[in-house]
Ligand binder design. Structure first.
Ligand SMILES: [Zn+2]
Length: 378
């Protein structure tokens, strides 16, 4: 079945939207959060655990999977779904962000990027066409175009040049797609410059992409700049296709962006921070390794229905983290992903009830915003 998106309802007091998209591997209700499985695994969790937490779609990364295990392996085993035993939809990033953000030498031209593998130092090329071929081998349900990522605060000529190259690469990606059932999303660039963002949304919106991502945020910008730009860009994008805010962010970031009309999110924070001993709760962040938790019988979050909070005390989680036991970050990862997915479920229900604006205000007031730092991507 080819990709399709339906807009189901809109919130009367915000721009929040409730939608649904169909992919080759199932239906996804939006707004949706996609747990990050960079290397074909949501770190520490088996796919059935991720599924049981309520995840409907996960994200995997083309750059990392291209280097290891490589496209030949994916072609031999029939793609990422049978390989990792995840039956649901998968979105793959194009690899652009990693090429531009990870350390190591790279050279960039109109054709694409040449870089050395961080694994074996071999030289690789990533062009728009090669990224689509790799995503074809992975067999993802939603592919992303290769884009030129730059710091959001770069000067105007630099931002303009990267935006125009991103547009040319987007059209090359569209031409390179072989399987029409694999959706392809374009990425709106333009830094923090409204006029360029408007041009980028207008240009890309005029082409038959299945959805649009907002790229280049959460890289050097402030929260206020990011919120302002998210609201502006979401308004410029076509109504009838999904909108994806890449790599953002904390629960307050998500609540804000949903209110701007964004439909899809991914972020490494819930899993990365779990491995560092930090949990997201209904009242803000909890750092489980603080000594106050050493003897605390209460769960991580008394309002949470996840298996971690139903079964274990903060004292036990503190003990596991202090001993370096892998069960500790696993239990925190489950809680954090459950927290994000439940937030999205509640947001969808609030949009359906026409009360999203009030819902978001209440949730934000319960969270100590000072506990929430900037977003981050893999
Ligand atoms: Zn929990």
């Amino acid at each position: 079945m080819p990709f399709s998106f339906q807009l189901l309802s809109k919130d009367p007091d915000s721009r929040a939207r409730r939608g649904r998209f169909h992919t080759m591997h199932g239906v996804v209700e939006t707004p949706v959060f996609m747990p990050v499985g960079t290397r074909a695994t949501v770190t520490g969790l088996a796919p059935d655990e991720v599924r049981d937490l309520g995840a409907s779609i996960i994200l995997a990364n083309t750059y990392h999977l291209m280097l290891r295990p490589g496209p030949e392996l994916f072609r031999a085993v029939g793609g990422i779904h049978p390989f990792m035993k995840w039956p649901g939809p998968v979105l793959t990033d194009s690899g652009g962000y990693q090429i531009f953000s990870l350390p190591g030498s790279r050279t960039l031209s109109e054709d694409g990027a040449r870089f050395r593998s961080y694994i074996d130092n071999r030289v690789h090329e990533l062009t728009p066409e090669r990224s689509i071929q790799m995503q074809g081998a992975i067999g993802s349900d939603i592919m992303m175009v290769l884009d030129e990522c730059i710091d959001a605060t770069s000067d105007e000529p630099r931002v303009l040049a990267a935006m125009q190259r991103t547009h040319r690469w987007a059209l090359r990606s569209l031409a390179a797609r072989e399987n029409p059932e694999q959706a392809l999303f374009a990425i709106v660039q333009g830094g923090l410059l409204r006029e360029l963002r408007r041009q980028s949304a207008e240009f890309l919106g005029g082409h038959p992409f299945d959805g649009f991502a907002i790229g280049g945020l959460a890289v050097g910008d402030t929260r206020a700049q990011r919120e302002d730009m998210t609201a502006y860009i979401a308004d410029q994008l076509p109504q009838e296709r999904p909108r994806y805010l890449m790599g953002v962010g904390t629960p307050p970031d998500l609540l804000y962006a949903i209110g701007c009309g964004v439909d899809m999110f991914d972020c490494v924070l819930p899993t990365h921070l779990a491995w560092q001993g930090t949990a997201f709760t209904s009242t803000g962040r909890v750092r489980i390794t603080r000594s106050i938790n050493r003897t605390t019988e209460a769960p991580l979050d008394a309002r949470c229905s996840c298996s971690t909070c139903q079964s274990f005390s903060r004292a036990y989680l503190y003990h596991l983290m202090k001993c370096g036991e892998p069960l500790g970050p696993r239990l925190l990862s489950k809680h954090n992903i459950h927290h994000y997915l439940t937030l999205m479920q509640d947001a969808r229900a609030a949009i359906e009830a026409g009360s999203y604006a009030a819902f978001a205000r209440q949730r934000l007031s319960e969270i100590d915003r000072h506990d929430h730092a900037e977003g981050a991507r893999a």
